[in-house]
Design a protein. Structure first.
Length: 318
């Protein structure tokens, strides 16, 4: 019997298929003969306690000029799907939160949701690192400007980042003698109304911010080291960095071993760790990327591994 897979994602017509991990997942599922159904957040609704969506049957093609066809939408209960991939990009705003509640209702009726909706709400990609302090550089989470200044005076060179952004947006590197310290703190905390994270600056960023992908807590043996552009601190590809493939180090495997069991416990099946030097900096749970880049560099099939893991879990349920 064919598996019915739904995906909740940003508009498929605007993706860049050569680097879109959600698209890689859809190709892998289709290659296994699974039926694909496409949804955006606005397609989901709940009636009398049951979760529904306007589902569009989807066909995908690995070609840049024509990468998908969609049928007309049909309203169905989400419980009619075997598995749903929640692949909506951050920010994790209230609409994202509401979507996780709808998906949680589908999960309660037997549909597998990847990643677990409750875990998406409870595992902030910056704050989640606090569960693994042994893996992290010194950090502080606060909206108090005084505490941020004290942290800066202690470590002399720090990074400030919001808790709800992606792609390196609104990240500041601040040194102790920076003449703009006050305005940076005022801006990023919205004058003390927004909580942020401060981390000690890690000089090894010059060698790349490694994205390590884990499937059911187990790491892919290669990572994409995102190297900052000249004059930049951020390695994010969206901020102009470029990617280089690297093998995982012993320290990388150790970090994965620390984090992996908690990911499995929370139902976080597909996760991306960000590692700079010897330190874990973020745990990406919403829509981790870099599948297509790593597949191309090392002749892998990461999305295929993920679909096989999903199929095994569905079989165990049956």
């Amino acid at each position: 019997m064919s598996i019915r897979l739904g995906v909740v994602m940003d508009p498929i017509g605007s993706i860049k298929i050569h680097k879109d991990s959600s698209f890689a997942m859809l190709l892998a599922a289709q290659a296994r003969g699974w039926e694909l159904f496409y949804m955006e957040q606005s397609d989901l609704f709940m009636q009398d306690g049951r979760a529904f969506a306007s589902l569009r049957r989807l066909t995908v093609y690995d070609q840049r000029d024509h990468w998908f066809d969609c049928c007309e939408p049909v309203e169905e209960p989400l419980s009619g799907l075997d598995v749903i991939l929640m692949r909506k990009d951050p920010p994790l705003d209230m609409e994202f939160v509401y979507t996780t509640f709808l998906l949680e209702r589908a999960k309660s009726e037997g549909t597998m949701v990847v990643n677990c909706p409750a875990a998406l709400r409870n595992s902030n990609e910056k704050l989640f690192t606090a569960w693994f302090p042994q893996c992290c550089a010194p950090s502080l989470v606060t909206r108090d400007g005084r505490r941020l200044r004290e942290f800066l005076n202690q470590h002399h060179d720090i990074v400030l980042k919001p808790l709800d952004a992606m792609g390196g947006s609104l990240i500041f590197r601040v040194r102790v003698n920076d003449p703009n310290i006050s305005v940076i703190i005022e801006t990023i905390t919205d004058f003390g109304h927004r909580t942020v994270m401060a981390q000690r600056f890690i000089p090894e960023i010059s060698q790349g911010d490694k994205r390590i992908l884990l499937i059911d807590g187990n790491p892919v043996p290669y990572a994409l080291a995102r190297i900052p552009a000249t004059g930049e601190t951020r390695g994010n590809l969206a901020a102009g960095g470029h990617g280089e493939g690297v093998r995982l180090t012993d320290r990388d495997y150790w970090i994965c071993g620390q984090v992996g069991p908690e990911l499995r416990k929370r139902g976080l099946l597909f996760v991306g760790l960000d590692v700079i030097g010897n330190y874990l900096t973020e745990i990406n749970v919403t829509s981790p990327t870099c599948i297509r880049e790593l597949d191309s560099l090392f002749n892998l099939d990461i999305a295929g591994q993920l679909m096989d893991s999903i199929a095994s879990k569905l079989k165990l349920r049956q």
